[in-house]
Design a protein around this ligand. Structure first.
Ligand code: ADP
Length: 270
């Protein structure tokens, strides 16, 4: 009778369906957990600038007769709303990065160009503190990935290096190939990070000194974004730091295989 044949045909189909469903389920649960956590943090973080802006607006209304005070409060409203705008942008960036494990449409990315673009984005902030930006990048370093995300990550490291350093110090950025890895390192001579905190600074909204972070316009998301960008590129970010001496953040990304296979010189490779 044909029922055995039927079962044989149906079984593999059934199994594959079960697998697909199980995978979807785990993914959905993870997304849901990340989302719930994130929403709790985010609402807390948003309340601070929103509350500040509304208090300042009331202060403006109360100070109508005092044009100088109005200007002062208005300036603070501007600063707070800029920070709020950046916070919202970073929340969107990070939630996208957290949900996706992989990159959308990876391309061959030139690391020299990434570094130059990131340096361009922080040049004004560095000049405002007379910080000397030193650049040392090897040529022809390529990774497979998303150039825009990599620029954001490097710019975040540079922004921190500038924010957590005194005026007239040096910040260095270098990129080089070490084995099959591209290393991008940002070094500062700033305040450093206590050893006990070095693990935690990559968590979203974790700050060693919340007041200092807020004073420099920080959102507490910069390093979480760097960490996720590196992970999505199959790499990692690490920190070396000593309090009072400075910090070095190093991104390590797999080097992209050269377009033209390197035949090599047999004599050079015994
Ligand atoms: P933030 O917006 O607060 O800078 P980040 O996620 O970029 O957020 O960094 C988290 C915390 O790590 C900062 O608040 C600061 O305490 C510490 N940190 C990051 N980079 C540096 C650095 N280069 N030197 C000293 N501390 C740093």
């Amino acid at each position: 009778d044909g029922s055995v044949v039927m079962r044989v045909r149906v079984a593999p189909l059934g199994v594959s369906h079960v697998l697909v469903l199980a995978e979807d389920h785990t993914h959905a649960r993870r997304v849901e957990e990340v989302r719930r956590d994130f929403v709790a943090n985010v609402s807390h973080e948003l309340k601070t600038p929103v509350g500040g802006i509304s208090l300042l607006a009331e202060a403006v209304l109360d100070a109508k007769e005092d044009p100088e005070a109005v200007t002062r409060f208005a300036e603070r409203i501007r600063v707070e709303s800029t920070r709020l705008g950046r916070l919202v942008q970073e929340i969107v960036d990070l939630s996208r990065l957290q949900v996706a494990d992989t990159l959308h449409e990876p391309q061959l990315v030139d690391i020299g160009a990434v570094v130059l673009e990131a340096v361009d984005r922080v040049r004004v902030a560095a000049e405002a503190k007379s910080i000397d930006l030193g650049l040392a990048t090897e040529r022809d370093l390529r990774v497979f990935g998303d150039g825009e995300l990599l620029v954001t990550a490097v710019a975040n490291l540079l922004t921190n290096a500038i924010n957590y350093s005194e005026a007239r110090t040096k910040v260095g950025i270098g990129a080089r190939k070490v084995g099959e890895t591209v290393e991008i390192a940002v070094t500062d001579q700033g305040q450093g990070i206590p050893a006990a905190e070095q693990e935690r600074i990559f968590e979203r909204f974790y700050r060693v000194d919340a007041a200092r972070s807020r004073a420099t316009g920080g959102t507490g998301l910069g390093l979480a974004i760097v960490k996720h960008v590196c992970a999505n590129h199959g790499g990692e970010v690490t920190v070396w730091s000593e309090e009072g001496r400075g910090s070095t953040f190093t991104m390590r990304l797999p080097v992209a295989a050269p377009e033209v296979a390197d035949d090599g010189d047999p004599a050079a490779d015994p």
